[in-house]
Structures are given as structure tokens and as C-alpha cells.
Design a protein around this ligand. Structure first.
Ligand SMILES: *Cc1c(COP(=O)(O)O)cnc(C)c1O
Length: 418
């Protein structure tokens, strides 16, 4: 038995359903490795020694390449002198200063550990600041795994979501209807900067929708919250809605700003400083200095390198090459969202059997793609990596074309899709 299969079997005995959460391969083709042994630059290796060019980037945290040397050095230096201590390291202040200086709307920062900490804190701060209860959340958008926002309903009570009102992202009339429903009890509107929901095409924001959300919040005193946990620093060196020239009151950050070290942040404007100051927010590991050192090193590279332009150029190369390769074999693919955060879906593939078939043929060739979640390019990828991906994709499309009659939908995925 391979190491990966053995670990999977043992995991099933000591974890309730085996590996849980977003990294579970339960909703991926069977060929996907569940356990990894190491990562370097743009690559990961599974426990059986297979190498993959990694287009998931740890589902977001890997921005610059795994084990980026200057980030690694900053972490090692901090670990050598102290990480979780009885008080924060002074570099906490330096990191908050750095974030406030980089992010246009921000006057203050609170640091935490996971994106869910930051989005949940954003709601609490909005309610503390306004004294109101209702929060508008877009249907289908991901803001974390707490009861108020988890996409899977097991164990969640209606009461957990009693004051959440749903609206359709990027749809101004639906936003306005939700605002009317909230009446004079509107505490905040939370929005992803782009639509990056699972299973569907991505979408960029209509500037008019973003501006209308800003205007509603100005008129009602509600807080505008941008959830930049996934897209932050992947689209811009400022809040992602700087691209549509709209400044939120609060923004949530996580995933990549320490290049994989565990840290997240809630950034806010002076308008809600008092509300934020009144909230009791903390966690045993929130003040760890090693992740803060990693963030400072990562943000220096964000400011001083062309990591973003490089990722966009690679993304354009990939999008063009994959489009051509798919067409050569008679497949129509939809490549949506920013090129450096691609979502790739097949036309006429409601049950995802074609997408799964292609992804499986790519992972077997050493390219870790995802059939229904947006992917990420990292700055450690090279044009040669992208060329190799396109060549492998061409071969995988060809094989898929021959195997079309044998494709079957994935049972566990069908259950989720309903
Ligand atoms: C991942 C993610 C979160 C939650 O972050 P965690 O670190 O997993 O808690 C929140 N919002 C968005 C947009 C995300 O992609």
C-alpha cells in the first residue's frame, strides 16, 4: 500500500470523517493526493514522493513561493528569540503601522490568526459601532467556517443567522431590497471584492454596485466591510476595491500576507475606531511574533518587487495557452476572474464530469489544478512552468477526448450539488 493510502486509512480511524475542511480531497477526483510531505517554491510533493506544480498555493497562503528565503529567515530569527510570550513583541506595532500605511482606507489594525477571526470580528465591530444588528451577506459567498457563515449547515441554528440578510453579489436592486428589509437596524454590508464562489464562474465587481454599497453605508451609518481574505494582495497592493475606487470602513485580511505563516487582520477607518476599541477580541496565539515577522518580510516584497505584475503576466500566458489547447481538442472552457486567480470550468458540464476528468489527468501528470475552486498563481512560478502546464494540458485534453464515453460523475460531489 502507498504511504498516502495508508495515511488515509489511518486518518479515517482517528478523525471523524478523515481529513476535514477545505483541504479534504473528498470532493476531488480519486487520483488526488491527500497528504503532502514538503513544499518549495511553486511545487509540493506528496507523501509518496510525487511532485506537483501547485496551482492551489495552499488555497491562498502561498503568494511568493513556498519557503521564500527572506520570509523564512525572518521567521527563524524571531523564533530564536521568542514567539508566543506574555506580551506581544514590539514588531506588532511596526506591522500595524505597515498595514495602515499600505491600505488606503485603514487608520488602525487588529491582528488575529484566521480569516474567519477577521470576518467575524468585522461583524462584531460593526454591531458595536452602530448598536444595530442586521448584516447583509451575499448568497453563496465564502467568509469562513463559523456558524454565521459556514456553507455547510450541519450543527448551525437559525438563531446563529437570525440577523443575516442575503443579497445577490454585484446586483444593486437586490442589495437595495436587502437594505429595505433591514430597515433602521442595518449594522453592515459584507462583500467579497470579486465573486470567487466555488462551482461557478468568477465575476469582477461593477463599480456602480460597489459605489452604491458605499453610498448606502454613508446614508445609514452602516459599516461597509470588504472580505479581502482571499484576494488581498493578489489583485493590488492596496485593498482590492481600490481598483473600483471604493473605500470600505473595514477590511478583513488573511491567507497570503505572511506568505503562509498564520496571521490575519481586521483593518478599519477612524470612523469605527471607538466601536473596535470597545470589543473584547483575543486568542492565545494571536500575539505570536514569528508570524508578524513573516508578515513584515512578505509585505516588504509586496511593496518592493514586481511579484504582482509577474503573476499577472504568467496568468495571461496560462489563459491564452489553455484556451488554445482546449479548442484544439474541441472543448469550450470558461476561464473567469483575474488571470492570476483563475477559475476554469467546462461548457456543458453541469455534473462536473468533464472538469473532473481533466483535473485527474492533470494531477497524474504532476500539475495540481482544481476542478471547481478558484486557483492561484504564485510569484515563484516561471514562464517555463506555464509552458509545461500548457503542454500537459494539451495531452490531457487529447486523452480526455478519447475517454469521453467513460466519464462518470463523482458521487460525493453530486450529493453536494443536489
Ligand atoms: C479563506 C477565506 C476566509 C476564511 O479564512 P480562514 O483563514 O480559513 O478562516 C474568509 N473569507 C474568504 C474570502 C476566504 O477565502
Amino acid at each position: 500500500m502507498s504511504k498516502g493510502s495508508d495515511l488515509r486509512r489511518r486518518a479515517g480511524q482517528v478523525m471523524p470523517a478523515g481529513v476535514y475542511g477545505h483541504v479534504s480531497t473528498r470532493l476531488l477526483p480519486d487520483a488526488y493526493p491527500q497528504f503532502m510531505s514538503r513544499a518549495e517554491g511553486a511545487y509540493v510533493w506528496d507523501v509518496d514522493g510525487n511532485r506537483y506544480l501547485d496551482f492551489m498555493c495552499a488555497y491562498g497562503p502561498n503568494l511568493l513561493g513556498y519557503r521564500e528565503p527572506s520570509v523564512e529567515a525572518a521567521v527563524a530569527a524571531q523564533l530564536a528569540i521568542g514567539d508566543v510570550m506574555t506580551g506581544p513583541s514590539g514588531i506588532m506595532v511596526e506591522l500595524c503601522e505597515t498595514l495602515v500605511a499600505m491600505i488606503g482606507h485603514a487608520d488602525w489594525a487588529m491582528l488575529c490568526k484566521n480569516g474567519t477571526d477577521a470576518t467575524t470580528l468585522a461583524m462584531t465591530v460593526s454591531r458595536a459601532h452602530t448598536g444595530k444588528r442586521k448584516i447583509l451577506v451575499a448568497e453563496g459567498s465564502y467568509h469562513g467556517a463559523a456558524p454565521w457563515c459556514t456553507p455547510f449547515p450541519a450543527g448551525v441554528l437559525p438563531e446563529d443567522r437570525a440577523h443575516i440578510i442575503k443579497y445577490i453579489w454585484n446586483d444593486t436592486p437586490s442589495l437595495e431590497a436587502a437594505v429595505r428589509e433591514a430597515g433602521d437596524d442595518l449594522a453592515g454590508i459584507i462583500a467579497s471584492p470579486i465573486k470567487h464562489d466555488a462551482f461557478v464562474d468568477q465575476m469582477l465587481p461593477d463599480p456602480a454596485y460597489a459605489r452604491r454599497a458605499r453610498q448606502i453605508c454613508d446614508q445609514t451609518g452602516a459599516m461597509l466591510i470588504v472580505d479581502d481574505v482571499r484576494a488581498g494582495f493578489r489583485l493590488a497592493r492596496d485593498c482590492s476595491w481600490s481598483l473600483v475606487d471604493v473605500k470600505p470602513d473595514l477590511s478583513a485580511w488573511g491567507k497570503c500576507f505572511a506568505n503562509g505563516q498564520p496571521i490575519s487582520a481586521l483593518l478599519g477607518s477612524d470612523k469605527c475606531r471607538e466601536g473596535a476599541a470597545s470589543v473584547f477580541a483575543t486568542g492565545s496565539f494571536w500575539f505570536g511574533a514569528a508570524a508578524m515577522a513573516a508578515a513584515l518580510a512578505t509585505l516588504r516584497i509586496v511593496r518592493e518587487s514586481d511579484y504582482l505584475e509577474h503573476s499577472i503576466a504568467l496568468g495571461e500566458q496560462l489563459r491564452a495557452g489553455l484556451g488554445d489547447a482546449a479548442a484544439r481538442h474541441g472543448f469550450a472552457i470558461r476561464q473567469t476572474g483575474p488571470v492570476q486567480m483563475p477559475q476554469i470550468l467546462f461548457e456543458g458540464d453541469a455534473d462536473f464530469r468533464i472538469g473532473f476528468g481533466w483535473a485527474e489527468r492533470m494531477v497524474k501528470r504532476g500539475f495540481y489544478l482544481h476542478p471547481w475552486h478558484n486557483m492561484f498563481l504564485c510569484a515563484a512560478m516561471t514562464p517555463a512552468d506555464i509552458d509545461a502546464t500548457i503542454a500537459a494540458a494539451d495531452a490531457a485534453f487529447g486523452e480526455l477526448r478519447r475517454d469521453m464515453a467513460d466519464l462518470r460523475p463523482h458521487a460525493a460531489l453530486l450529493e453536494i450539488l443536489g
